[in-house]
Design a protein around this ligand. Sequence first.
Ligand SMILES: *[C@@H]1O[C@H](CO)[C@@H](O)[C@H](O)[C@H]1NC(C)=O
Ligand SMILES: *[C@@H]1O[C@H](CO)[C@@H](O)[C@H](O)[C@H]1NC(C)=O
Ligand SMILES: *[C@@H]1O[C@H](CO)[C@@H](O)[C@H](O)[C@H]1NC(C)=O
Length: 699
Amino acid sequence: MVRIIPLPTNAITGKPSPLETFVAILVLCILGFYTLYYPYPVSTSTAIDLFLSSASNSTISSYLRSLTLHPHLAGTKLAADTTRLVINHFRSLNLPTHTTTYTTLLSYPLHSSVSLHFPNGSVLNLPLTEPVHFSDQTGQPVVQPYHAYSPSGSAYARAVFVNYGRERDYRALRAQGVHVSGCVVVVRKGGGLGRGAVVEKAEENGAVAVLVYGDGDTWRDGFERGHVMRGVGDPLSPGWAGVDGGETLGLDDSEVSKRFPKIPSLPLSAEVAETVLGSLGGAPVPLEWRGTLGSKVRHVGPGPTMLNFSYQGEKKVATIQNVFAVIKGCEEPDRYVLLGNHRDAWTFGAVDPSSGTAALLDIARRFSILLGSGWTPRRSIILCSWDAEEFGMIGSTEWVEQNLINLSPKAVAYLNVDCAVQGPGLFVGSTPQLDNLIVEVTKKVKDPDSEGASIYENWAVTGEDYNIQRLSAVDSDFAPFVQHAGVPSIDVYYGRDFPVYHTAYDSYNWMTEYGDPFFQRHVAVTGIWGLLALHLADDSILPFNYVSYANQLLSYKNKLSNLLDQQVSLHPLTMSIQEFASAAKQVDDESKQLRLQETAGDIVDMKKRALNDRLILAEKGFLDADGLHGRQWFKHLVFGPPRDQENKLDFFPGIADSITQGSSKATSERERVAAIQHEIWRVARAIQTAASALKGEFT
Ligand SMILES: *[C@@H]1O[C@H](CO)[C@@H](O)[C@H](O)[C@H]1NC(C)=O
Ligand SMILES: *[C@@H]1O[C@H](CO)[C@@H](O)[C@H](O)[C@H]1NC(C)=O
Ligand SMILES: *[C@@H]1O[C@H](CO)[C@@H](O)[C@H](O)[C@H]1NC(C)=O
């Protein structure tokens, strides 16, 4: 029977505008009559129309307002309030909701100070916190700028400017006779190295402390917080879930201590960095190192000014919580589409991650409207709200480690949204079998910045290249899903490189003034996220295209061949990619055939299920039980971070590692070639395994 339900009033404050309410009720009425005459389950296309028509920018903006009323740093009392807000929202929509709890190691600051001691004896204490810019910052202390997991320590030493802190920057300094051993290095962000890698390189070069600043044109008094831990997930339970009462390693265990830097570090604002750098003498600053620095900065140091650096922090065992809302599928409840976003923030987190959390809350609201109309997805959908992402993807990683056995056969896809809205323009990353689905979905969602156009029209560039990135980096919660568990995944965001990243200015007012004044970009991201989920949960044959994957692998092989010398043979890769491409073609033909049979009214349910299982399993073929050499947690041999972040290869991380490994140390040419060749064979075998999963038959 038809139930015309009132629009769910959400847990927080948001109410749709009268026009939006009218449109939604109109659609519900039309749907109501439709189901009255056709008492069948609501079709996917009807569900999609209803989903799109239930968009509401005012509702999302009210969610974002509630989420950003106070800071919500993982492990703090205020973060627990945000957890409750998300739970209450899901429950108010009658979505079955549960949480998972972990005991993990987090890290907080106690005291920090940096001062300059000039040769004439005067001392300048440098400011290490942000001034208030926005009214919504007042009376809401955010955590002082720090690097989580930095050791405590102090240094009274000369400073040296080392540009981006890459190996080649240190080399350039040495060529000028400048050595950083025993000095505090000042590094600007943006050269491709993550925060942790910057500190690691400084340590290798003999520095005693590190100051890192963001080199932007605007918001130059903001400090970028962040963690400097190596690896992914809780350091005390590496590779397994940190459940209460489970095994935890001690802080002095070498597996744990190797994940933390040995020298302390702190973030600086660009303004403060300029003061420090302006006091240096010594060799001249190379022109290309200047970035946005003012004319007072002329020399790289070291000295003559002395820098007094001091940082004290504490590592603390804390409880974190993931929140889940589950929509059970009707036909294949044991197949899951996962939508995930983290909830914890360094400060107010309007962009990072609350724009994504607001989108997640809105997806919940809109899916519950669909449920009220009589729709039930074919497969199950889980909305996941992760904790402690900012400390190294901890909430999602612990959950993936805990659920690996069930994730492997049953997770259809993981759809990640982190900093949902940073500015204009759609950005997407994915594993390649999802490319076609992404393109199709962008055709159905309105471009928030271009009247009357779909996102697709302004986003797709000419030809086959749709500007979709790959998921090799470790910078959001997709990392454990792709790189550890081999779950097909997508990451979606609007805008990139927003200037208030991890500063106190990442607040609701920044969003309404700069990021998304009308919340239409929020609506666009939510539209894409929801439609991806609806197709993956409802399409009877999964919308996966492995031909796209084969093409991507082929282009990687070609890039490699330009890079490697004659002694290394790419033949194993060539053969395995051919085999994979033909399996992809075969499975594509089979899907078309099945669709025809389905249209003709044949019963093909078990056949579809068998085909879908092959499509899900294929991604696991790229995993290797032994993982990357020396970094066993990373199992995926196609997508993952290279050990050396200066390495430009953002695919085949094992091969990338073997190339840099060989070129550095005392390995003979023969050993170097053998190591690269071995990694090529491993990748070739992984691609063959994926092909064999696609074919689904024994040899
Ligand atoms: C000492 O030198 C610094 C930097 O050149 C300058 O800003 C400061 O005014 C000087 N102080 C005195 C007392 O001369
Ligand atoms: C450096 O700073 C620390 C902490 O603020 C302070 O205790 C110490 O006396 C300072 N050292 C010098 C040489 O000023
Ligand atoms: C919603 O969008 C409309 C049209 O762009 C705009 O006038 C309105 O201010 C927006 N509402 C919010 C809360 O941003």
